[in-house]
Write a protein that binds this ligand. Structure first.
Ligand code: ATP
Ligand code: ATP
Ligand code: MG
Ligand code: MG
Ligand code: MG
Ligand code: MG
Length: 254
């Protein structure tokens, strides 16, 4: 009978491994698109930055934050998004696989579900894949450095990509020639190429391209009900500056 079957087979449950995450540490989940170099070409992403793709990433991340209240913030750029849980988070009793898979699943399905909202002229040709990992940070300083690291990555990549695609699309260089031209150059050299040869001031590029997107929760006052209202807002501030962490005490209260 069903009842006997359960008792004789359920020992297999003991093969499951404990993956409880250390308490009182920052849990970071980072997702990254698989082979998005190809995915972006297959879907005619504008190079170096397709704003539709960035907005879709942000919207999918917004849907994740909206559902998972234990998330404090999220930071996204290119094909990646990092989600930071509050230190005291006890969702799924801090089981790593549960946290990673539900966040990845909600993000991935939202990316597909809302594709048409941003790519109205561009059909989705095949389902995208996102990988994911979990990293634990024991101190606020470690977490802040993590976010600074991801934002510094946006800057480095975007300056390179902006220079590369300007040389190709406006300068008429082949991709190989552009790569060679940029080989060994530092930031100042790339800024100079953009400014002197193409009259592009890199500083004037949109902040979303240069700095990525930070999603944070804010409490506003509802004008009608006079009650506090929690909202999720997107900002493109410079987290590498100390002033940012003085203005936003987002971590301290959690
Ligand atoms: P992997 O599977 O190892 O992550 P990948 O091809 O996804 O490989 P990444 O290092 O993650 O490599 O880089 C993502 C790539 O996706 C970028 O280099 C860029 O070509 C493309 N891409 C992502 N977002 C955009 C965007 N908004 N606009 C244009 N291109 C984008
Ligand atoms: P949890 O988040 O803990 O998994 P759950 O509501 O998903 O909660 P499950 O034990 O996974 O609980 O059970 C899945 C439930 O989904 C079933 O009990 C049933 O109610 C419903 N369900 C799943 N597949 C079908 C189906 N093909 N037809 C009808 N109901 C289904
Ligand atoms: Mg990768
Ligand atoms: Mg990728
Ligand atoms: Mg990436
Ligand atoms: Mg279920």
């Amino acid at each position: 009978t069903a009842k006997m079957a359960k008792s004789s087979f359920e020992y297999v449950k003991t093969f499951e491994q404990d993956d409880t995450l250390l308490p009182n540490t920052w849990i970071v989940v980072r997702l990254d698109g698989k082979c998005f170099h190809k995915f972006s070409e297959d879907h005619n992403f504008k190079k170096p930055n397709d704003i539709r793709a960035l907005k879709l990433m942000n919207y999918a991340a917004f849907k994740v934050l909206y559902e998972f209240h234990d998330l404090l913030l999220a930071f996204g750029q290119s094909d990646e998004y990092s989600f930071v849980f509050k230190k005291k988070c006890n969702l799924y009793k801090r089981r790593a696989a549960k946290l990673l898979t539900t966040i990845n699943s909600k993000f991935s399905t939202s990316y597909v579900f809302y594709w048409n909202k941003f790519f109205d002229q561009e059909p989705l040709k095949y389902p995208p894949t996102f990988d994911g990992r979990i990293i634990l940070y024991p101190s606020d300083e470690n977490l802040i450095d993590y976010l600074k690291w991801r934002q510094a990555d946006v800057h480095i990549n975007n300056l390179y990509n902006t220079s590369f695609w300007t040389l190709v699309l406006q300068g008429g260089l082949s991709p190989a020639q552009a790569e060679k031209r940029l080989c060994g150059t530092v930031s100042a050299d790339k800024n100079e190429i953009l400014y002197k040869e193409f009259n592009i001031n890199y500083n004037n590029e949109p902040n979303i391209f240069k700095r990525g997107t930070l999603l944070i929760r804010k409490t506003l006052l509802n004008e009608l009900t006079k009650k506090p209202l929690s909202v999720i807002v997107d900002v493109h501030d410079d987290m590498l500056k100390d002033a940012f962490w003085k203005d936003h005490n987002i971590l301290l209260t959690h």
